[in-house]
Write a protein that binds this ligand. Structure first.
Ligand SMILES: Cc1cc2nc3c(=O)[nH]c(=O)nc-3n(C[C@H](O)[C@H](O)[C@H](O)COP(=O)(O)OP(=O)(O)OC[C@H]3O[C@@H](n4cnc5c(N)ncnc54)[C@H](O)[C@@H]3O)c2cc1C
Length: 446
């Protein structure tokens, strides 16, 4: 009989983190990595945990979402966060790393375990019904090889179970909008409260499309082709098609009356709730390849958005991910195949740290399953719990990858004479307290 063990597909950030968590639980781990024999279009070599682009794991500030996520991951013995601090290079409040030192340290730590085995080959499918003592974790990332991606889609039994491109529209903090200049209503339903509308006059509209036309754009990478779905074109592509294209598309004003004037505006931008609490709003149909600096500049000129805080800016890039809430259990295992777990960016998170976070949780859940010792995840009010909830709880049809941001946490009720910064700091403090309580209970419970 095979030994009790965990098989992990993908030696990226999530796969290495999951491997580490399982090794620390005393399990035999086999990690399958296809590089360097078969490369992804973005990786440069065969190193484990290669950072494909920037060398930054974002802010270390304790009152930021990224800072809190690092705190939680560190407390749960994250190899990615520990190796990042060990390989840090000066970068102000950001945790930037020497990428080679970082990757090397991770490979060395993993390889120091006798129970760690690495197999350099592409996995095209995983056994759907593994032996009882075998668990699989798929952590093959946003550039999963096409054979495996097709197999994952087959496992889900629906061609539309996965997305292959990210078309992300900007998301704003609801409390950063000037509500004197915008109004709630649904199309043809003035009493509706699902959409926040930004009304534009003709002059404002023309200025906006000129701004979009001349704003700097992010160039396509050489492995990305400019094939967009007609239903989710970037706004700048629509602008190029004609002056009125946006006004007949996502900025269509029909059925919307401005309560101040009683008239239909010339054009409207609609924002929709991105989470149940309504603390995050996304700009409907506003996927864009404008650079992040330009997006902030152009969008802050819109009525009501002068002080807008962008929790996530728009982008369009190659990114394979599953519509996870439909197919995963709360512990990241497949509903139809409980011995197979999913981890990393492919679950529908975005970012190095977030991908590693989903590796950490998948590793702990999988180890718990192997050892028949249930792992209880951090609660919803922590950053880890909130990200897990995003990938396993269905919210609307339009499932989009999420980064760590404060909009994921419960809203802190505003106190008198409190600045926005103070309120946000209190929000993070609350998450920290919840996490500390969780950790104390988890430790007491063994
Ligand atoms: C081009 C690009 C740039 C990005 N830039 C940033 C950035 O600057 N900052 C940021 O925070 N995030 C960035 N991201 C997003 C994301 O954080 C990273 O992609 C991150 O590496 C995801 O971690 P992961 O472990 O899920 O996947 P990966 O780190 O990609 O790891 C997956 C691993 O699986 C392997 N693999 C794939 N298929 C198979 C198979 N069939 N068999 C065996 N092995 C397989 C791959 O070779 C890879 O090593 C970027 C993403 C892309 C695509």
């Amino acid at each position: 009989m095979q030994q009790l063990g965990v098989n992990i597909v993908g030696g990226g950030l999530a796969g290495c983190e999951a491997a580490w968590q399982c090794l620390n639980a005393g399990l035999e781990v086999t990690l399958y990595e296809m590089r360097p024999h078969k490369m992804t279009p973005a990786h440069k070599g065969g190193d484990l945990a290669e950072l494909v682009c920037s060398n930054s794991l974002k802010s270390t500030k304790p009152d930021s979402a990224s800072g809190q996520l690092k705190y939680e991951m560190r407390a749960l013995n994250s190899i990615i966060v520990a190796a990042a601090y060990d390989a840090a290079v000066p970068a102000g409040d950001a945790l930037a790393v020497d990428r080679e030192l970082f990757s090397r340290a991770i490979e060395q730590h993993l390889s120091s375990y006798e129970k760690f085995h690495i197999v350099r080959s592409e996995i095209e499918s995983v056994p759907r019904q593994p032996d009882d003592n075998q668990i699989w974790i798929i952590a093959s990332g946003p550039l999963t090889s096409s054979a495996l991606m097709q197999e994952i889609v087959n496992m889900c039994g629906a061609e539309d179970s996965a997305y292959f491109y990210d078309a992300i529209a900007p998301t704003l903090a609801a409390d950063s909008i000037d509500y004197d200049k915008v109004f709630w209503c649904n199309r043809y339903d003035p009493e509706g409260h699902d959409y926040l509308n930004i009304p534009l006059s003709k002059d404002e509209y023309l200025e906006f499309i000129a701004d979009v036309r001349y704003a700097a754009k992010v160039p396509l990478r050489d492995f990305e082709d400019q094939k967009y779905f007609e239903s989710c074109l970037p706004i700048e592509v629509m602008v190029e098609r004609g002056e009125d294209t946006l006004r007949f598309g996502p900025m269509k004003p029909v059925g919307i009356l401005d309560p101040k004037t009683g008239e239909q505006p010339y054009a409207v931008i609609q924002l929709r709730k991105e989470n149940l609490a309504g603390s995050m709003l996304s700009m409907v149909g506003f996927q864009t390849k404008m650079t992040w600096t330009e997006q902030a500049r152009v969008f802050r000129k819109l009525p009501g958005l002068a002080d807008a805080e962008f929790l996530r800016l728009g982008s369009i890039h190659r990114n394979s991910y599953l519509r996870s809430p439909l197919y995963l259990n709360p512990d990241l295992s497949f509903k139809a195949y409980p011995q197979i777990f999913l981890a990393g960016q492919i679950t529908g998170v975005e970012g190095y740290l977030e991908s590693a976070a989903m590796g950490l949780l998948a590793g702990r859940f999988a180890a718990g399953r192997c050892l028949q010792r249930e792992f209880f995840s951090p609660p919803r009010g922590t950053l880890l719990g909130a990200l897990l909830s995003h990938v396993t709880t269905d919210f609307g049809k339009n499932y989009q990858p999420m980064n760590a941001n404060l909009g994921l946490l419960p809203v802190a009720v505003k106190q008198r004479r409190e600045s926005k910064m103070q309120r946000k700091a209190r929000q993070v403090l609350k998450a920290k307290e919840e996490f500390d309580t969780y950790l104390a209970q988890a430790t007491e419970g063994g």
